[in-house]
Write a new protein. Sequence first.
Length: 437
Amino acid sequence: MRCVPNRNSQASGRPCERLQKGRLRYAGPAIASCGSIDRLVPVIRAGKTTGDHYPQRKETAMSRTTFALAAITAAVAGLAATGAQAQTSSVTLYGLIDTTISTVSNTNAAGARTTGFQVPWFSGSRWGLTGKEDLGGGTSAIFKLESEFETPTGNMDTPGVLFNRDAWVGLSNPTFGKLTFGRQNALARDVAGIYGDPYTSAEVTLEEGGFTNVNNFKQLIFYAGSATGTRLNNGVVWKKLWDGGFFTGLAYQFGEVPGQFSQNTTETAALGYNGGNFHLSAFAQQAKVNGFTDRSYSLGGNVILGMFRVNAGYFHYTGDQPAAIGNRKDDAYTVSLKIAPPGAFDYEIGYQIMKAGNAAFSADGNTLNAYADVSTATASGSGRKNTLYGSVFYHVSKRTEFYVAADYMKLKDQYIVGSTNGHNSQTEFGVGMRTRF
């Protein structure tokens, strides 16, 4: 077994790779030595891992089942047909830790301010494993397992769920694209991220991404969610980058409700385009949540002019609700700017408008997010939520940065957010540090 330089060490911060008969590549943190990697080899062996109304459509559970299974079978067959004898494989251990100390106004009915550690603003702290095996002919078997934890306490982000961020396996091929099965980001979330805020990749890619973690300017993500939040449980996602910069994507989430094939399902179609200095994307989506149908679509993009990146987008959402309160219709708009001059600093500013029309209230009297379960709702209201935000990042290295960020949220009419405790506004100010390995 030998330790060889990593050709990507400058970009990744990883000093070396350990190869074993072409089967295992472990990319460790910059502080790791080959000796420390030796201790991980027995644990990670890549070659042995098992690792508004719409007309109703008349359809049957059998027809929907047949169509979904046929589409998946055809896609898998197309990818596997190019495979040959397995040649090489790799497993990578990676992680990210983000910590935020913030001060937030109106955290009780008296309007008091709370200061201290908060769930990270920009990235959920996580660790994970990714794997890839070359099957020949350009086809690879791939997987991803990713778990999120809370840095203030060390608790799991989702109690009782180890890999709450990702748990999927799939196939990839330059000709047929990338096909994944399991828990993963909602496809709509991935493509809307290029314009939802200024912090994500400017280009539409095959990777997961999109939006920040916990703050008052993340809320647009719910318009790009699913029947199970902002990720797909039991999801099947296909993505493909075509020649000429075009992107297409399809996703289906199985509901797994006995005798009700369509319940708790999500169906998504997405398009994108990566131009020279501009990028566009759009999605259309439908989900069925506990007997009610939700639909949304969005389009937007960004343009890069030297050190400036300008992002803008629009979201439209409709949701069926109990007859006693009527249906919901929302429109949301976002615009943001990132300035990245030469040097270690970059600067971001953005503004969002969310207009909720006849949105159902929760049992606590708060405005429910898009794609939430409204089956027990008995009241609703219309209103607006406007949010202004900004940040400054100081990049110490390619892996580590410090940041200062703030936002101001203003509620109007009957848009009610529980965290404001009956007040119609809230300010947040935070400082933090984020590093990767």
